[in-house]
Ligand binder design. Structure first.
Ligand SMILES: [Zn+2]
Length: 430
């Protein structure tokens, strides 16, 4: 009887944990959580606590408090890396937990042992055991074992790093836990990520600390950008570089923005094409070629990640990682708004105005037929009038703005970039 009850409690915990991982996809994509996922996760936690603390003898308040407190603390630890993706810089506890996210769950091990020993209730023991087995497995699979390839940081990367570190790179690296930095030689090196290692804590480094995108991550962004564009061309889907990627192609002469954190591509479905078949074919191709796909049907968004696809249930644990190399593929549709043929998307982008249907749009002739532009060493598809498109998105796009970077880091960056420009001009004239 005890074992049976323990197994049910363990199953409840596992279900709540899986639901939480699904929920964490939303803050990682900077969007509001789907109410259904939020309700499911909350409901499963309540069900678990109720199952553990209610019996034919009534409600055991001690068991209720222990199980509820344990789950809330552990779920906060698990959620910290994803919550840390959200803009804003005033969450020291979350930042601390996120920084130790690869093993922080194990800190609950002595708590679980003490609580299990004190209460010695089979249902509570079942839930605690399930939680700790999951945490140990997470740690074992994600402890840093994969070989990292060293990259030498270029002058501009080092200059920005030095500015953000106020001259003391060693102390800065230690303070923010930048484990990839290697200062042992003459050059500043970066121990790069790969498909076999944890990703660099991208979000922290570029958005929060205002550093340049790490060279390994830049390489993977290029890889996945060219891959997705080739797939879409192959599938005869009209697509174009979007947002920051298009900005890089035009303003940075075909390079990524120095602080780029994702690749933006957009596509539009023509007659005879539909969302379901696009999503299905792209998912199959990506799985086969070693990329991971997340579908956001209600946002008409396909996120393609550099991570290798993992079998269920482990793939959802990507939500616990601190960075990811990703292409955001937004799918537009044809429409007519105020008698003008437009392409419209469901989620806002830059300054695109609202269309009659309440989506966000751009005149069709600005985009189609698509043109070609050099980006990351290849000729890729871009809007018919890229300059016009960027102006509609960003206004005066030649003015450099660090829109998604923490304001303090952005301010420091601005002065660093000004210095680089001045030094560059000096060396060019000498
Ligand atoms: Zn990296």
């Amino acid at each position: 009887m005890g074992l049976f009850e323990a197994s049910i409690a363990a199953a409840f915990y596992f279900a709540a944990y899986m639901s939480l991982l699904r929920l964490l996809i939303y803050p990682r994509n900077w969007c509001a959580s789907a109410p259904s996922t939020l309700l499911t996760t909350g409901g499963l936690v309540v069900a678990l606590v109720t199952f553990v603390s209610v019996s034919s003898q009534g409600v055991d308040v001690t068991l209720m408090c222990i199980s509820a407190a344990f789950v809330v603390v552990l779920f906060t630890i698990i959620s910290a890396p994803a919550i840390d993706f959200l803009p804003g810089n005033d969450r020291p506890a979350i930042q601390f937990l996120a920084g130790h996210g690869a093993y922080a769950g194990l800190w609950m091990l002595p708590v679980a042992v003490a609580a299990g020993y004190a209460a010695s209730d089979p249902k509570l023991l079942g839930a605690l055991a399930a939680a700790m087995v999951i945490e140990v497995l997470w740690y074992v699979r994600h402890r840093p074992t994969g070989a990292r390839r060293p990259y030498i940081l270029n002058d501009q990367d080092v200059s920005v790093l030095k500015t953000q570190a106020k001259g003391d790179i060693g102390r800065f690296a230690k303070r923010h836990g930048i484990g990839e930095l290697d200062m042992s030689g003459d050059d500043v090196r970066w121990q790069g990520c790969s498909k076999d290692t944890l990703p660099c804590a991208f979000n922290l480094y570029t958005n929060r600390l205002g550093l340049n995108t790490a060279p390994c991550c830049r390489e993977h962004l290029k890889d996945i950008c060219l891959y997705v564009c080739a797939c879409l061309s192959d599938m005869k889907v009209a697509h174009w570089l979007e947002g920051g990627s298009l900005l890089g192609a035009v303003r940075e002469h075909g390079a990524l923005l120095a602080w780029e954190d994702d690749i933006d591509i957009s596509a539009v479905l023509e007659d005879g094409q539909d969302w379901a078949s696009l999503a299905k074919e792209l998912t199959e191709r990506c799985q086969r070629d070693g990329y991971y796909v997340d579908l956001f049907v209600d946002k008409s968004l396909i996120a393609i990640s550099f991570d290798p696809p993992r079998p269920w249930p482990f793939r959802w644990e990507r939500s616990r990682m601190r960075g990811e190399i990703r292409v955001d593929l937004a799918v537009y549709r044809h429409a007519v708004s105020q008698d003008v043929a437009v392409l419209e998307r469901i989620s806002p982008k830059g300054a695109f105005p609202k269309t009659e249907s309440g989506w966000y749009g751009v005149p069709k002739d600005v985009v189609l037929p698509t043109s070609r532009i050099e980006f990351l060493g290849k000729e890729l598809s871009c809007p018919n009038r890229p300059d016009d498109y960027l102006r509609r998105l960003y206004g005066d796009y030649n003015k450099v703005e660090f829109t998604y970077i923490d304001p303090v880091a952005a301010e420091t960056r601005q002065s660093a970039d000004a210095d680089v420009t001045v030094n560059g001009a000096d060396s060019a004239s000498s």
